[in-house]
Design a protein around this ligand. Sequence first.
Ligand SMILES: Cc1ncc(COP(=O)(O)O)c(C=O)c1O
Length: 349
Amino acid sequence: MKRGFGSDNHSGTHPQILEALTRVQQDHEPSYGTDAYSETALQIFKEHFGPKAEVFFVFNGTAANVLCLKSLTKSYHSVLCSDVSHINVDECASPENLAHCKLWPLPTSDGKLKLEQLQSAIIRRGDQHFSQMKVISLTQPTEYGTVYQLQELKAIITWAHKEGMKVHIDGARLCNAAVHLNISLQELITDLGVDALSFGGTKNGLAFGEAVVVFDPSLKEDIKYYRKQLGQLPSKSRMLAAQFSAYLTNDLWKKIASHSLNMAQLLLQEASKIPQVKITQATESNVVFAIIPKSWVKALREEHFFYVWDEKTTECRWMTTWDTRPEDIMNFTRKMKELADETSSRPLS
Ligand SMILES: Cc1ncc(COP(=O)(O)O)c(C=O)c1O
């Protein structure tokens, strides 16, 4: 398959991560996270998230989300989330089936939950007939590539804690948000008081692997057992640890995110020159959302694959990644310009 704009899951492993993976092949190491590489990775996470951070590697993002929600809820709890959140629409009801909580999706136009909306969603407190709202799950950056500003997060988290609620962040692409906001991971997560974080690796250049990060020692105890029950305790943990260590060292995370974001800006800039292309979301991360004429989709996809997000409106999702090249974007937008010219020069019938 040609290099396209389908997903940051479509690209391979970043060469520096691959190199880190090959380095840990040399010797034997103890298993299940008791190896030296896992200890090094934990220390590196603590440098980024503060000394209270506790880290649990898992194989994928769905498991990270489930593990966070399981550790924050009881079976009579609800999780407020956006209608387009990955936990709501793309995890095959895993949170409900494996974390045994109820999801309570709220409508959003840009993927971001608003404080007032959350405040009015808190109803029937203490009513034994009603599942009790306990967690707010925010995706940062959102599934639409929009980014919560620090002030927005601060307001939501402060209020949630005052209400006795916990906050989970689905950070499958968290580093893109940190780079967009030009802040550290500590400022974006720890200083705001986030309770549980799903920290993404795979979409950002790792071959596989995500990390659950929590700060409360009592959660650490539960997660240890829940991870095993969910089948997510990696035996060769060093394979995940080494990748995360490389990712979080020498600013590789920043370099990867900056590249993906710059490529999205270039795509936005070039696509915006074409009158028939209607940009539908703010481009704040590594993705551009746009409505294009339906008749263009097939020819464009033959050049560079992408997903149609909404079949009814032909809203498309164009996602960039660590190995997107400017020439991919120029070729893609050139093809769009050709299609635009053909459409406008076609005689009326
Ligand atoms: C925002 C978000 N969260 C979580 C995930 C879960 O990832 P996985 O497919 O690894 O379970 C994805 C995957 O696309 C995602 O986009």
